[in-house]
Design a protein around this ligand. Sequence first.
Ligand code: ADP
Length: 599
Amino acid sequence: MEDNRKQEKKIKVRTLMKVYHFFWKYRRIDSIIAPFYYILENFSPAVSTLILAGFYQEVYRVLSGEMRSGYGLITYGAAFIVYLIVKQILQLIASISTNAGIYEKTLYILNERLSEKASELPLIAYENAEIMNKKEKAQECVHNDRIPSIFMLSVVLSTSVLGTGALIITLGSWHGFLAVIAIVSVAQFYAAAYFQEKKKYQLSQELTTEKRQQDYLWSLFTDEKSIKEMRVMGFADYLADQWKKSRDKINRKFWREELSAHRNTMYCEFIRIAGYILGIAFSFLLLTAGRIEAGVFGAVLTAFVNVQAVIKNHITSIGRIPVFLEYAKDYFDFIELPGEQEGAVNIGEKIQKISFRKVFFRYPNADGFTLNNIDLEIHEGETVAVVGENGSGKTTLTKVLLGIYAATGGSVAINDIPINSIDQKDLYKKIAYLSQDYMVYKMSLQENVVLADMPENAAEDIKRIVSEIGLDDIAAACGDISQVYFGKEFGGIELSGGQAQRLAIARAIYKAGSLVILDEPTSAIDPVQEAEILSQIMNMVKGRTAIIISHRMSICTRVDKIIVMKEGTVTETGTHEELFCRNGEYTRLFKAQSCWYEA
Ligand code: ADP
């Protein structure tokens, strides 16, 4: 228990140092202006109290006839005006520096670093609910200004020690008990601030997953595809209802929390007011006992209120900082997650060999292995079909091959170089990959195929590929392919599912790479044209190493090697003839499909 506390304290101190380091690195000037201003600002109540005390005393002297000339009155009055002007000017400078420099610009930098980190994370991190929750918590920290608040609160606190001390001494100089009442009557604000913030933090931690779900539901109402489906299928009301329920559930918890916080603040205020009344009564006793002069009575009360206000602010800050540091820790935890481990080895000009040795792969939080002890080799120029039932691990196999997901065990190598040592940028230049989540970009047809600056004389190649893949009607209807635009929002044309998939195939084929990976390239193409497109694809990838995942077993008769997968393992490899003779899983799959085409 004791050790845990010590550990927690250490973590908080470390986080506080990170916050300071951040400001020193990114907002140096502002982080100097702020403490400088607050040092001056903290003497302000003591200065104003002293000037006012002198002023009241002079007023009393003039009124009682003790002093005839009003010279002292004018001096104190003028001093007070100068004090107010200087205070306003400094306040203006500090407010610009704090609002713009410490808060707004910091927010911008924190957000920028957050999105940089999100883009650097290994792609597998996006499959990990824990990491996505960390991201949400980091966003929460930024969204609520916790890091600038920690900095400002700690600046205010540390720079106010002298000023607060001066104020307490001023009040105590009239009577020590007055200072004690003023401090004790606001001590409860510490507990209120600490527990309120702690509860809020715990609540937002508890609700992180629910909030992500709520955001997901909301995103469905802004996504064109889901809007169409929900309208036609008539479940828009159901989803809206789910979203409202989730929103109300979350809000209700926060409102309850808010209400309890207000109630606590009210109780704290009652105690503070009781302390104030006690302070007035005690000052009055001092006055009647002749311990303070009548002119000082007003100044004593002003000083009393000032001490209460300053101590209340400080104590509230002291209560808040530890919890704010927990938010900041969430932010730094996310920012410090290891990014993608990129190798630096260049694999050479071509992909000559791909090898899997005893490869295992498990998705984060999944119970079992999705890839189980995979051994295989693919050589340059081979065309390979990967077949197997849904969920057998075909897509996962290609993602591990591409280094998108790192193997949990075993080794994946290209040209005998372990995939994690390879320079990914260099590798991906040599690979054309069509995933099942292909995109149609709302740009021109030519841009959709090339997705880079248009090389000279590329138009002919693009036209040929587009024509071979069956999109020539669109190109022909529109004339110049650079003028064919997609996306009706931009006055372009809308592609059918099959046409969109053809476009994605054209992109993969156009990209000059020594390895082509196509994951279910004809899933959206109608059966009548599917065989023709598959045959076109086979012609187009001739001479290149190609891995094609397909549910269409007929492709297997045209490839050099078939890899059969079942429940995460490779059960068979060989040519169509070899595997068909074995009468195993491959034959079962093949027969199951071919019987549909037999009369
Ligand atoms: P196939 O391509 O053969 O249909 P996949 O490789 O897509 O199979 O999926 C293999 C198995 O891995 C399936 O059981 C699937 O549910 C599981 N799986 C796929 N993606 C994830 C993920 N992100 N997290 C956990 N399990 C996953």
